[in-house]
Design a protein around this ligand. Structure first.
Ligand SMILES: [Zn+2]
Length: 244
């Protein structure tokens, strides 16, 4: 019995450490107790959202799921989706006011948080792709073995905001043209390995990082098909080695 007290204290400190590292996890886990409507299983919308917004949300999720199935073969990820209707609410759940959506992936669950700009199939499919990769590889391998440019590059294959072309060669050419029109040259992939490198150097740099990632990934698909991407993921899963 005398061991119970130190074990309890240790567990309590582990819990505090976890919450301090992932405070948004606690918030997302308790979304049903906040100002949200549970529209469907794993789908919450702010109580201030209109019926029209909620209907659009359901419609766009269907389109996004179809894109995930087309790219990945099937959808294995089942992240809970949380639609916020104002930037303050979004910031509370995402820990950032940046972007139209974010994916919070942890060893204990995944959530996709959207703001009003995220109410479209592109943003939802983009975030679902992040969740899909993490579900297939697991949280630890995704965090430690997958470079951010690869994760973002794949997500842009399901997100048609910058380039609409569906044909793999046309898509590659369009991304390459966007990149060269925008900057003249791509960024070195070595400088886009972490989220900090990718997102932490200003809006212009991040845009260039997106175009670089999408060009590299779409080039691989144009030459080797989606199979080439699956092989890279399989190598990480089986041998813990990232090869592109
Ligand atoms: Zn992304």
């Amino acid at each position: 019995m005398r061991f119970l007290k130190p074990i309890f204290i240790l567990l309590f400190f582990c819990f505090l450490l976890f919450i301090s590292v992932f405070p948004q996890v606690l918030r997302c886990s308790f979304v049903k107790y906040d100002d949200f409507i549970n529209i469907e299983p794993n789908l919450y919308a702010a109580t201030t959202s209109t019926i029209k917004q909620q209907d659009s949300l359901k419609k766009y999720i269907k389109i996004a799921k179809k894109r995930v199935e087309d790219f990945w073969g099937s959808q294995k990820g089942d992240a809970t989706i949380i639609f916020c209707n104002d930037s303050e609410e979004y910031q509370k759940y995402c820990r950032t006011s940046e972007g139209a959506g974010c994916t919070i992936g942890t060893p204990v669950g995944s959530w996709i948080v959207l703001n009003t700009d995220g109410l479209n199939p592109d943003v939802i499919a983009h975030e679902m792709s992040h969740d899909e990769l993490m579900t297939r590889l697991g949280w630890w391998k995704t965090r430690t073995k997958i470079p951010t440019w690869f994760d973002e590059g794949i997500a842009l294959m399901l997100d048609y905001r910058f380039v609409e072309a569906q044909d793999s060669i046309q898509r590659f050419k369009a991304y390459r043209d966007e990149l060269f029109f925008f900057s003249g040259k791509s960024l070195p992939l070595e400088q886009l390995k972490t989220e900090k490198q990718f997102f932490g150097q200003g809006e212009l740099y991040t845009k260039l990082a997106y175009f670089t990632s999408a060009s590299v990934v779409s080039r691989k698909i144009a030459y080797g098909g989606k199979q080439a991407i699956y092989q890279t993921i399989l190598k990480v899963k089986q041998d813990n080695i990232f090869e592109f």
